[in-house]
Design a protein around this ligand. Structure first.
Ligand SMILES: Nc1ncnc2c1ncn2[C@@H]1O[C@H](COP(=O)(O)OP(=O)(O)O)[C@@H](O)[C@H]1O
Ligand SMILES: O=C(CO)[C@@H](O)[C@H](O)[C@H](O)[C@H](O)COP(=O)(O)O
Length: 466
């Protein structure tokens, strides 16, 4: 990515700012360019409402996300922010928000810092959204893509609005993921730019031509003017139009990338590594040979998909909808039950208690199938607890069985045998659900007959303390 940012300061240090917009938290990191090491980081939860009274619509408020971003950036040392020469952005894929291009935000000076706030934007409809039923998805045109379309994918959500609430779409002129939105606001882009990684995650995008299925979409009355401009993954989207938290104007900003591709990029050091990332969701992936060409047609029943990575290559991925969110739902359920009984307990202490009790329970006959959100290739296969006896209902047993279930589920989607056949020699673990949960790590090490290594320990440690 080219940079027009200032030359090195007296101490020579320059920084790259990385930002990740996850489903549960915003994370920011400053990398020192010479040593390529993490100098500072911050992660704050966005506290999305995964309430137990569940509706099909799963939305998040961009104002809350940007507020969390501002708090994260403000926590970084200002003198280092003034020496940022590039900004890289990643985030939760598949989701969509809408905005008015000219008035999508307002810039404001608060204290010493310039920052922007969302204005004329919709809610973010996330990848967990369940409003598109199987019948609805079957009624949509067949995409010209090797990737099938699922509920929570941007183009499916636009089709849903077109069918049930067409007036909603007339309020907006453009759309993108939450991380595309941030890049567009920082760079003052009238037309949203979207990397091919994110575009593929919306459906109706052909990764051979790197174009949307314009003809198919137009002939269904789809509002194609809302679609972002596709851009190569890794390219520069533009330059900041204002000073931002001390970061100089005209700092280069990369087109936003997919979070799971970035997780792979950050810890795959060898082509024979497979990467297991567990955050809100979970992905197990490995890189395909450079000459791999994905099949012409989608297979909606396959648990493995092929997503664009960098420079024309692909990652094979088992993308499970059920990762750390299953543990989070268990914690919320316990808090809600205990509250009904008149006692208040807080989330972090529930997590640490559960992990501690399960450390003393090294195995369990209890079986938990954790697919509370179903899976894209098998939407009807919901969660199940079986083999319950009087002797295996303690918190330690349930936590152990739940964590084992999360790992067993993803290794059923992409079996270890297949990893071995493709030459995988090592598992790289990443994601803060894994970093913060020793039981999950133990179950990973039990499940794979391969060495398991974890991502950068410095980042792990700084996330554990937040
Ligand atoms: N105090 C905690 N101890 C252990 N695990 C936690 C704790 N708080 C959250 N988690 C786990 O971290 C997951 C969220 O990870 P995070 O990296 O913030 O997600 P994302 O990248 O999707 O925003 C939760 O789903 C939960 O499983
Ligand atoms: O479904 C896929 C890839 O197809 C996903 O796993 C994808 O990476 C999404 O971005 C996530 O589901 C959201 O990521 P996270 O917040 O769980 O880290």
């Amino acid at each position: 990515m080219a940079s027009s940012a200032p030359s090195p300061s007296a101490d020579g240090a320059q920084y790259v700012l990385g930002m990740d917009f996850g489903t549960s938290s915003v994370k920011v990191v400053l990398l020192e360019t010479q040593s390529k090491t993490v100098s500072d980081s911050c992660s704050l939860p966005t506290n999305p409402d995964f309430s137990l009274t569940h509706t099909l619509a799963v939305e998040q408020d961009p104002v809350n996300i940007i507020d969390t971003l501002n708090r994260c950036i403000a926590s970084l040392p200002r003198d280092k922010l003034q020496k940022v020469i590039r900004i890289g952005v990643s985030g939760q894929m598949h989701g969509i928000m809408f905005w008015k291009a000219k008035t999508g935000c307002c810039w404001d000076k608060r204290g010493d810092s310039y920052m922007f706030w969302p204005k004329d934007v919709s809610q973010l409809v996330t990848w967990q959204d369940g409003r598109c039923s199987s019948d609805f998805l079957c009624s949509l045109p067949q995409p010209d893509s090797h990737l099938s379309v699922a509920t929570g994918f941007g183009c499916a959500t636009i089709f849903w609005y077109l069918t049930y609430r067409p007036e909603f779409l007339t309020d907006f002129t453009t759309a993108g993921t939450i991380h595309d939105y941030v890049v567009a606001m920082l760079c003052g882009l009238d037309k949203c730019l979207m990397s091919t990684q994110n575009a593929a995650s919306w459906g109706y995008f052909n990764t051979h031509t790197n174009q949307w299925n314009m003809d198919i979409l137009r002939s269904s009355g789809f509002p194609v003017h809302l679609l972002p401009e596709p851009a190569p993954s890794g390219c520069c989207a533009g330059f900041t139009i204002s000073e931002w938290h001390g970061i100089p104007t005209k700092t280069a900003v990369g087109a936003a990338l997919g979070d799971f591709q970035c997780a792979v990029y950050s810890c795959m050091t060898d082509r024979t590594d497979a990467v297991l990332n567990i955050s809100t969701s979970a992905q197990l992936s490995f890189v395909m040979p450079t000459d791999f060409v994905p099949p012409a047609k989608p297979d909606p029943f396959s648990p493995v998909s092929y997503y664009p990575y960098f420079e024309g290559s692909y990652l094979a991925v088992a993308a499970s909808l059920n990762g750390g969110n299953v543990m989070a739902t268990f914690v919320e359920m316990l808090i809600a039950w205990v509250k009904e009984l008149g006692v208040h307990i807080d989330g972090p202490s529930v997590y640490s208690h559960l992990i501690e009790t399960a450390l003393n329970q090294t195995s369990s006959e209890l079986e938990v199938r954790p697919t509370i959100l179903g899976e894209r290739h098998n939407t009807g296969c919901l969660g199940l607890v079986s083999n319950i006896s009087r002797s295996n209902i303690s918190l330690g047993h349930v936590t152990r069985a739940l964590c084992r279930g999360i790992i067993d589920n993803i290794t059923t989607m992409l079996p270890t045998q297949l990893l071995l056949q493709t030459g995988v020699k090592r598992i790289m673990g990443s994601g803060s659900a894994l970093a913060r949960n020793e039981i999950l790590r133990q179950e990973v090490e039990r499940a794979f007959p391969l060495p398991v290594h974890y991502g950068d320990k410095t980042v792990f440690r700084s996330l554990e303390t937040t």
